[in-house]
Ligand binder design. Structure first.
Ligand SMILES: [Zn+2]
Length: 422
């Protein structure tokens, strides 16, 4: 048996990281440690032997990446058993979510488990792992699972359906019910060549999120209300995205879901700290416009901005004129760049793109459009609803809706005081 094979077998036996075990094993063998002794030493290091005492009992919110093994008493939110291939061998695993009063966490069980959604269990000797930036618990051979006497009070709806606003990247085996707001067929470069998928947006009373349906199910039609089970959640442009893979069950349901609700307004600072959001509502003051706002030209080939009649990729081109604005919003807790599309910018400008072109010709200066936008926008108190993404340059808020609020908080406060004073 090769070192690789030994490391793979030990990693599977101990539910431990194969690369780490292989490195340790290679080191021990390099120091002439007999292979049986080396393996025993790795079992002691990575395994559970000699650790038969109970692990520290913790709340889910207390678990940190530095903890190796913990004991928790939790409610099981979901389970999904599937077969994966580990080094060419089929292996069955169960994954899902567990929760207590303090929070919820994904888990992976490498041994068959004897619990169902709704059960309360005490899990002793679970390993703490970080996966895609989120902590999860792993249950292996050394993990003991027993029914719990006191079930933790868990704040999910009694029917086990997860509110869309509460969903996080890394969640698994969720039940989600919502209305399909948009669904479009797309072809993407998949692992096995071009793959046809559906992508779109699903909403419930609490919020909305993007989804991808890899199986193009018949129920995925705009306007349809569906129940989806065994949903896992990935990250897409910084926000959670529901993944409707092979094992996901989807059926149309007859249920009234009011999707007209706006999200609750959120302080920008908190939204930025969360890494953005798919559908956020922010109110604040426009404090500046970024360079590139106004009447610009785009390359007809690549849509990049054309400067001085040249595209940086395609050389001299006949640029296509476009109105756009990038406005900086500040709500006192943070700032972001609001991206306004051609129609929104035309509304603020107070004229069509033809009007803007005519005005620029007459003034022999495109900056007149920018000046108008500045005077219309800067100092305005606005409400913006849209998709907030965050990168190293800060927050970008793609405005789905943009409106000026006539009453700023100050004016509203003054008016209220005047009313109280009579
Ligand atoms: Zn170009």
């Amino acid at each position: 048996m090769s070192v690789e094979e030994r490391a793979a077998r030990l990693a599977a036996e101990l539910d431990a990281d194969e690369a780490a075990i292989r490195e340790d094993l290679e080191n021990l063998l390099a120091y002439q440690v007999p292979v049986a002794e080396a393996e025993e030493s790795l079992r002691r290091k990575y395994g559970t032997e000699g650790e038969d005492g109970p692990e520290p009992s913790v709340d889910i919110a207390e678990i940190t990446a530095g903890m190796r093994r913990v004991s928790v008493t939790v409610a099981v939110l979901g389970t999904n058993t599937r077969t994966i291939s580990v080094d060419g061998e089929a292996r069955e695993l169960t994954e899902g979510m567990i929760a207590d009063e303090t929070g919820r966490m994904p888990y992976t069980a490498w041994e068959p488990v004897d619990f169902e959604p709704g059960d309360a269990v005490t899990i002793d000797g679970a390993q703490v792992r970080e996966w895609n930036g989120r902590l999860e618990l792993q249950f292996g051979e050394g993990t003991r699972i027993a029914p719990a006497e006191d079930a933790p009070a868990v704040d999910v709806s009694p029917d086990g359906v997860m509110r869309i606003a509460d969903i996080e990247v890394g969640d698994r085996a969720l039940v989600v019910e919502g209305r399909i707001l948009e669904a479009e067929s797309r072809t993407i470069d998949g692992r096995d060549g071009p793959t046809d998928i559906y992508s779109g947006v699903i909403a419930d009373e609490s919020g909305r999120l993007p989804f991808t349906d890899w199986e193009r199910r018949a129920a995925i039609v705009a306007g349809e209300t569906v129940r989806t089970e065994q949903v896992s959640v990935r990250e897409f442009r910084g926000v959670p995205s529901l993944n409707f893979g092979e094992s996901v069950r989807i059926e149309s349901i007859d249920k009234q879901i009011d999707v007209s609700q706006e999200p609750d307004p959120k302080p920008l600072g908190a939204a930025l700290a969360d890494g953005g959001g798919f559908d956020v509502l922010v109110t604040g003051f426009i404090v500046d416009l970024r360079e590139g706002s106004g009447l610009i030209e785009r390359c007809p080939e690549c849509r990049r901005r054309v400067r001085g009649g040249r595209c940086s990729t395609h050389g001299p081109v006949d640029g296509e004129p476009e109105l756009r604005a990038m406005a900086i919003i500040d709500d006192g807790t943070g700032t972001a760049t609001v991206i306004l599309d051609a129609d929104q910018t035309a509304d603020i400008y107070g004229g069509s793109i033809e009007d803007a072109i005519a005005a620029a010709r007459e003034a022999m200066d495109q900056n007149v459009i920018t000046s108008t936008l500045r005077s219309e926008l800067i100092g305005e108190y606005v409400r913006v609803r849209g998709h907030l993404s965050v990168d190293e340059y800060g927050g970008t808020l793609d405005a789905m809706r943009f409106e000026t609020v006539t009453e700023s908080p100050e004016t509203a406060a003054t008016a209220l005081l005047a009313e109280v004073d009579g």
